[in-house]
Design a protein around this ligand. Sequence first.
Ligand code: AMP
Ligand code: MN
Ligand code: MN
Ligand code: MN
Length: 284
Amino acid sequence: MPSLIDLHSHSTVSDGLLAPEALVTHAAAQGVKVLSLTDHDDTAGLAVAAKVAAEHGMQFINGVEISVTWRRRTIHVVGLRVDPLYAPLHDGLEKIRAGRHLRAVGIAASLEKFGITGSLEGAYAHAQQGIISRAHFARYLIEQGYASNMKSIFKRYLIKGKPGYFEHHWAELEDVINWINGSGGVAVLAHPGRYDIGRSNMLLLLEEFRNLGGAAIEVVTGSHTVDQFQEYAKLAHMFGLQSSMGSDYHGPGHGYIEMGRLPDLPRGCIPVWQDWPETQSLNS
Ligand code: AMP
Ligand code: MN
Ligand code: MN
Ligand code: MN
């Protein structure tokens, strides 16, 4: 049984490998019926994605994955059913993207110290139309022969303590949740299992996220193990949060999971989409 709903995916507007049109067409071919495009810090792909989704008879959900600094750590918050024209959201994302450029300059300078030249231009050459991210630096490093795949690049470069690391302060959690909620959307904590913060910090994060107006956490995501599906289902229940699911698909060869292959939410989870008009067709 293919999973019919996928609320987390990336296109070339951020660090995905498929243009929005191709991504939506791919999702349709994989049997997805309700799709959200959630590019990092950028909503530029939503209009064309919505148009192509309609042509395929799919329901489309406006989304975005926003970079946040929480207690000096980077976390990601997905906004679903957002209005990209809502000024605080639009302006907030613009500021994050300006910060991404400055960070890219810092990453390139750090790589330069280790003898790796040309990475700013090299990374931008991979960032075809939208934001600049570490994924684009990773692709440049692969091209230059520093490793053969994304996973091994991210073990040896671009992370704390390694060449190409550059500390950066993203948006505040409270602001991001307010932009999302203010635009009429819902805030979802992305892939909590990927934050290496320990149990007690995770409990603090979930409590703070909920108290600030967060609605749901990703329980089933391409970057969780089967055990983590159960673990985060329990935590969602404990904190009165709803549950979301999404592949976090970035295109062929980027890692994670293919679209349309996610298992259902564990029993007892309250789907974040339960009252959305876009998902009513799935219930019949
Ligand atoms: P940034 O938001 O610029 O810090 O870039 C982070 C992006 O790099 C993530 O959204 C992933 O797409 C990618 N990434 C980070 N770590 C890994 C990894 N270990 N393997 C593959 N991709 C990764
Ligand atoms: Mn990414
Ligand atoms: Mn993420
Ligand atoms: Mn993502």
